[in-house]
Design a protein around this ligand. Structure first.
Ligand SMILES: [Zn+2]
Length: 415
């Protein structure tokens, strides 16, 4: 089929919407800070809701503050085809992570309107509350409640560092909705997202057909030693929590390297007590993020890490606590939805490859209750969770077109 005959979204309009949304919570370095359920998050939500109303959608908000913008189909008894992502960002986040998946959904609806297309199934665009987990842990908590991974009570009671809960903030910003969370049929769910890694760009591929998502485990490790004077205490007599922590960290990285390229480990936060130049640390707290797309390998990585930590602690005479505070298992996305994405990319004539998601996404939870898959587009140098996060307009447009045709494939175009 000649290229001009293929119905397309308006890539320029999508780009413009992204840049408009990026003005809310814009940072000096060109990124975004729109933490979940702050005034800025409310402003972003309000803008999205206004745009959706302008596009003729009806809006529903559930008790976790998840927003659903709906364009009716011919048969509204059929379950919707849904797409969506999140509007919240990291404190030094970018303009695309999450918001792209939301506004690409809006662009699909605007394009359906422009083309005068009627679909058999309704089409909905969702905004999931607190995906990033930066202000409220855990990440993806609201799509998790939607999918039954957490109960509503748990979701609403998650608190930020100041003790303010999700429930309180939803009330305050006017997004404590009345709809039940989850428990309804979704015909298919798609999420388009920047890759957040370098593979597509390095290989010169435009579309990532996401087949799997890595499993993830978060741990809190505390190493206890004995505070003592940095001068008079001979090295051999010390119970130095920092000496243990660095060796444990080394070992954890080794476990990840031994399972590379798919295995990963990150120690992103470390606190030393009492944090004084001439006191041997009596305690070190660290966070560990461990990932692999194969469950049995992930199990082995954890077992190996635990043994390594115990060995170091035993050698130095330290004690430790290691708590697994959060995890989700690897995900295999739905074959039918993966095929819809692959077919859409082929139909539009974009280069593509299958890819595993290294990051967690709302789709990981939604896949428990609906046939789901994801579409990745490259981002510059693979960088995200950073104010310099960037993408080329043609990639953004390409992902929107694949989303459009994947949704059409599932929602059914009324002839
Ligand atoms: Zn995201």
């Amino acid at each position: 089929m000649p290229e001009q005959k293929i119905p397309r979204i308006d890539g320029e309009r999508l780009w413009h919407s992204l840049m408009e949304m990026a003005k809310i919570g814009a940072t000096e370095k060109g990124g975004n800070c729109r933490l979940a359920l702050t005034d800025l998050d409310r402003d972003g939500r309000n803008l999205f809701v206004q745009w959706c109303r302008d596009a003729g959608c009806s809006i529903k908000v559930d008790k976790m503050g998840n927003i659903f913008a709906r364009r009716d189909g011919r048969n509204n008894d059929l379950p919707p085809v849904m797409t969506g992502s999140h509007l919240d960002t990291q404190p030094t986040g970018g303009r695309f992570d999450g918001v792209y998946g939301v506004l690409a959904g809006l662009e699909v609806i605007r394009s359906l309107n422009d083309l005068g297309y009627e679909t058999e199934h309704p089409v909905e665009v969702s905004v999931w509350t607190n995906e990033e987990g930066s202000r409220f842990a855990p990440a993806m908590v609201a799509s998790g409640v939607f999918a039954g991974a957490f109960d509503l009570e748990y979701g609403l009671s998650r608190a930020d560092a100041d003790g303010t809960t999700i429930g309180e903030e939803l009330e305050r910003i006017g997004y404590a909705g009345t709809e039940a969370v989850g428990g309804r049929d979704i015909h298919a769910f798609f999420e388009v997202h920047i890759e957040q890694g370098p593979i597509l760009e390095i290989e010169g591929q435009t579309i990532g057909v996401v087949t799997d998502a890595q499993g993830l485990r978060w741990f809190d490790l505390t190493v206890f030693g004995l505070e003592s004077h940095a001068g008079p205490t001979p090295m051999a007599e010390r119970k130095d929590a920092m000496a243990g922590a660095t060796r444990m960290a080394d070992f954890i990285y080794k476990v990840a390297h031994d399972n590379a390229p798919l295995g990963c480990a990150t120690i992103g936060s470390m606190s030393v007590f009492p944090n004084s130049r001439n006191v041997i640390p009596g305690r070190v707290d660290m966070t560990i993020d461990m990932r692999h797309p194969d469950l049995s390998t992930l199990d082995k990585m954890e077992t190996s890490m635990r043994a390594g930590i115990d060995k170091v602690a035993g050698d130095i005479g330290l004690t430790t606590t290691l708590d697994r505070i959060f995890c989700y298992d690897p995900i295999q996305f739905d074959e039918g939805c993966i095929a819809a994405v692959r077919d859409a990319a082929e139909f539009c004539g974009f280069s593509k490859r299958d890819i595993v998601s290294g990051a967690g996404h709302d789709s990981c939870y939604i896949s428990r209750v609906a046939p789901t898959s994801m579409i990745f587009v490259p981002c510059i140098d693979g960088i995200s969770h950073n104010e310099i996060e960037d993408a080329k307009p043609e990639w953004i447009s390409a992902g929107g077109n694949v989303l459009f045709h994947a949704i059409l494939g599932k929602a059914g175009l009324v002839a």
